[in-house]
Design a protein around this ligand. Structure first.
Ligand code: BEZ
Length: 250
């Protein structure tokens, strides 16, 4: 700490900056950082709030989510083939998202009029009715808040980022795909099932798990505790791998 202070003092002297000017620089640097920093959101972080123009009108993200689960996902550009299939697939799965109480919202840096025209194309070519909002993020506010632009992939377009957000507004899942690879939205639903189940019950889900399949009992529970907690029965493979039928979600 003392050596840090000394170094700052030397630096100020060499640049002929007094401490008042130094404080001003620090304040400026902090606000610059807040405004332009590309954040890397991690699991457990709070999902940033924003207000944006969308195909469904102006939306405040937190108001849109309410107390529901949410999915926010970006795509590189309107009127592109992979993106068209992705948004079509999401629209086709709308009932599945609704069933799980999940609000869906898409984002790209294209303008609203382009989104509106493209949405008609999606509906026509994918035989769907896109009901979820598509954010027109022309000034990249949302893209920057969520770190959806990866400059070494593209300096202008958003990559295929996807975030699942819990009712507590915390990030529960992050997925990042390159522009050339369309996402698997069945997998997104599968993870949401696991997230919702494990939020309610102290269990984990094994590889390739699907809804209604056996789940894993935490290692921390003794056999006796596990037998009490999971009345549907226990399958013991070894001391740390034990299964039980999936507990009820609703
Ligand atoms: C697509 O959606 O097809 C796409 C978009 C940007 C780059 C490459 C593919």
């Amino acid at each position: 700490m003392v050596s840090d202070d000394l170094q700052v003092k030397k630096l100020l002297q060499s640049y002929k900056i007094n401490s008042y000017q130094f404080c001003r620089i620090l304040i400026f640097a902090e606000s610059f950082n807040k405004k332009y920093k590309i954040m890397s959101l991690q699991l457990g972080d709070t999902a940033p709030d924003f207000t944006a123009e969308t195909t469904e009108g102006k939306i405040n993200f937190y108001e849109f989510l309410g107390n529901n689960w949410g999915v926010i996902f970006s795509h590189p550009a309107d009127y592109t083939p992979v993106c068209t299939t992705e948004l079509g697939r999401t629209a086709a799965l709308q009932k599945e998202f609704d069933k799980r109480g999940v609000k869906v919202i898409a984002v790209s840096v294209d303008p609203l009029d382009k989104h509106l025209g493209w949405r008609e194309d999606i509906n026509k070519t994918q035989s769907v009715n896109v009901e979820f909002p598509i954010i027109a993020d022309e000034d990249r506010t949302v893209a920057n808040l969520y770190g959806m632009i990866h400059p070494n992939a593209s300096t202008t377009a958003t990559v295929r980022s996807l975030f699942v957000i819990g009712p507590d507004k915390k990030i529960k899942l992050t997925l990042t795909y390159p522009a050339s690879t369309g996402r698997n939205f069945t997998e997104v639903l599968r993870v949401i099932d696991s997230l919702q189940l494990t939020a309610k019950h102290t269990v984990s889900t094994p590889a390739d798990w699907n809804y209604e399949e056996d789940v894993i009992i935490p290692v921390a529970l003794s056999l006796e505790e596990a037998n009490q907690k999971f009345p549907k029965g226990i399958k013991v493979v070894n001391s740390y791998l034990r299964y039980t039928p999936q507990p009820e979600l609703s």
